[in-house]
Structure formats: structure tokens, C-alpha cells
Design a protein around this ligand. Sequence first.
Ligand code: ZN
Length: 143
Amino acid sequence: MTQLDQLYREVIMEHYRNPRRKGLADDAAFVTKHIKNPSCGDDITVQTKVADGIVEACHHDGHGCSICCASASVLCEAMEGKTLAEATLFANTYLAMVGNQPYDDTVDLEEAAAFYGVRQFPARVKCASIAWKAFLDTLPESR
Ligand code: ZN
């Protein structure tokens, strides 16, 4: 394992153990999307509150494997404060990266870059993707 792999692994395990923004808000201003990955048992809900074109808050809840739960935690922390355009680009770039598709590597994926290695494991791509797909579904453009 390289030093970078080790660092990435630590980021993922840290978010799995100490998830950020976990727990749903009881607030009608949030758009909620529930998504499941039956092949692994991942079951995640993502909530997003957008105001003035900015992702003001992003929460998640549910259960699943370490990749799924950690990616939801990284997602929610990364998205807060981003404009809708930034958030959409960020999520689509991440999804292409983990899905082993061509993507723009000049986009700074922050801690989400830790999921780069998932592309080598096709069975885990869905685990790393579902929270991010749910997030895109909560944004106004895709409704
Ligand atoms: Zn999973």
C-alpha cells in the first residue's frame, strides 16, 4: 500500500467512525431523497436545503457499509456552502471518478478524492455513488 492509499483509507475510516452531518432535520425547507443499494444493504437518506442558489445545509442518515456511510459523510460536509453549479460539478466529477469514467481532474474533490481507489472495485462503485446520486436528485434543477 502506498502512502497515498494509506491516507485515503484513513480519511474513509475516520468519516465512517465519526460521520459528519448525520441525522435528518425536521424542516420543510429540506428536500429529502431516500436511496437503497440492495446488492450491499446500503440504505441512505440525503437531505439538502438550498437558499439563494447556495447549498446551505446537507444531512444524511441511514446505514450501510463503510464506503457508503463514509461517502455520505464526506458528501454532506463538502457540499455546504457551495453554489448549485459548484455542487453539481463536484458531484458529477466525483461520480465519474469512482465510476472509472473520464473526468476533469482539475476539479478539487477535497476529501472525496479519498474514494479514488473505488474505481478498481466495480462491486463497490454503487456503494460510493448512491448518496451522491441522491444528493443530485435533491437539487432544484433535477426536480
Ligand atoms: Zn455498500
